[in-house]
Design a protein around this ligand. Structure first.
Ligand SMILES: *Cc1c(COP(=O)(O)O)cnc(C)c1O
Length: 427
């Protein structure tokens, strides 16, 4: 009999697995998960970790929510999958209609894909072909912002901050795009305006993660900055793509971050929490005028994209169930309570040596560090304390499931304070 804390598939399988963003020679052995529930991850050795990061920001309702599980079970019994070319089905059409009803303005056409990076790729393709269909062939460049992260595929890598991001290795492979500073002061606003004015003939779109830039360093900007960017795009006739893959579905305090600024982007991208973190699904949503530019007698004016498993019915059923939960349960109130607790509990970190900044937005709490950070050591220390917290770059952050209890969240914030105090003592 294999020992319960060392399953037989572990030794047999590990030599054949390639892990993400991981130096496989030096990385510690990954932890072995056997089940999840609520805000908890159960390991093969019997320990339970409280999840402070919602499995890469997806599990907004916690794990194994019975309502989502029931919806997926019912769906798999009748229609697990069917191709979406020439065929449609209820889960996808219901989901598209519901998303459009929740989104602001005339964001009213949904294109489904299976991952966030591909949702951004589709948004870029929409923007490029929008201008081509309008007879403006030269508009092939994109503006992105310092600290941006928009995905790991090739076109999206070219829109990630080359210094902060993980893709510096590939600079030069893709045609460079234009990196801008976030226009958060009058001087920077003037500079941003000049940038758009100078390049307007070549620009297809500006791409931005609204209010919180995630994987590029958990940087935050205010609604006025977002509004300025949207107005500048309008003034200069450039499309605005908002990447709400991380910010969407309540994470920043509103159901969508763009609502806080009263901004309606031309194209909006969703993924991550779309299915409550249960199944891969992403969506690129276009405004009416964007969709209209693809209507023509010419077949070549159509959007040329179609992932094999697009609009998978299981994933759409999970997303519909997730939207039910946003309707039935007080998710935004939970986010507000998490924000208050994160602010109270993380603010004291500011006094520790080696802490550069503490910031909170919605259910996102960030402690930015100065000086070198031994990521593997910090991650291991958090696991020893019974929490799943995974610092990256120079930030330690918490993005818990919205259903986390006050006590569980307190265990997370106490662990962050403790680990950073230990680090401060070593500096
Ligand atoms: C995670 C993320 C992506 C990429 O999504 P994947 O599903 O990992 O491809 C793109 N943009 C933002 C803002 C993200 O947080």
């Amino acid at each position: 009999m294999p020992q319960p804390n060392c399953p037989d598939w572990l030794d047999a399988g590990l030599p054949h697995i390639w892990l993400p963003y991981t130096q496989m020679q030096t990385a510690p052995t990954p932890l072995t998960v056997v089940s999840t529930h609520g805000a908890r991850i159960r390991l093969a050795d019997g320990r339970e970790l409280i999840d402070g990061i919602s499995s890469w920001w997806t599990a907004c309702h916690g794990y194994n929510h019975p309502h989502i599980r029931a919806a997926v079970n019912a769906q798999i019994a009748t229609l697990p999958h069917v191709m979406f070319g020439g065929l449609v089905h209820e889960p996808a059409l219901r989901l598209a209609q519901r998303l459009c009803a929740l989104l602001p303005g005339d964001l009213e056409r949904v294109f489904f894909t299976d991952s966030g990076s591909v949702a951004v790729e589709v948004a870029l393709k929409m923007a490029l072909q929008y201008w081509r269909n309008k007879g403006q062939e030269g508009r092939t460049r994109f503006v992105f912002f310092r600290h941006a992260y928009h995905g790991d595929t090739f076109a999206t890598m070219a829109l990630c901050d080359p210094d902060e991001g993980m893709h510096g290795l590939f600079s030069g492979v893709m045609p460079p795009q234009l990196m801008a500073e976030l226009p958060s002061s009058p001087i920077m606003q003037a500079a941003f305006d000049r940038l758009l004015d100078t390049h307007r003939e070549r620009l297809a779109a500006v791409v931005l993660e609204p209010l919180v830039q995630g994987a590029g360093g958990m940087k935050m900007h205010d609604a006025a900055t977002l509004r300025f960017i949207a107005e500048a795009c309008q003034r200069h006739g450039v499309l605005l793509i908002l990447d709400e893959i991380m910010t969407g579905f309540g994470r920043t305090g509103h159901l969508f971050a763009c609502e806080e600024a009263g901004v309606v982007p031309d194209i909006l991208c969703l993924a991550k929490a779309l299915t409550g973190g249960t199944l891969p699904l992403a969506a690129t949503v276009a405004r009416r005028h964007v969709f209209a530019a693809f209507l023509s007698d010419d077949p070549a004016a159509a959007l040329m994209h179609g992932p094999t498993t697009m609009a998978n019915p299981l994933a759409c059923a999970a997303a519909n169930a997730s939207l039910d939960l946003f309707e039935r349960e007080p998710r935004l109130a939970q986010v507000a309570a998490i924000a208050a607790q994160l602010t109270d509990a993380l603010e004291p970190c500011r006094a520790l040596a080696g802490v550069a900044d503490v910031r909170v937005k919605g259910a996102i709490g960030v402690v930015e560090l100065s000086g070198a950070m031994d990521l593997n050591a910090l991650r291991q220390r958090f696991a020893e304390l019974g929490v799943w917290v995974r610092p990256f770059g120079n930030v330690v952050y918490l993005m818990p499931p919205f259903v986390i209890s006050r006590d569980e969240l307190q265990t997370l914030t106490t662990s962050v304070r403790r680990v950073l105090a230990e680090r401060a003592a070593d500096l």
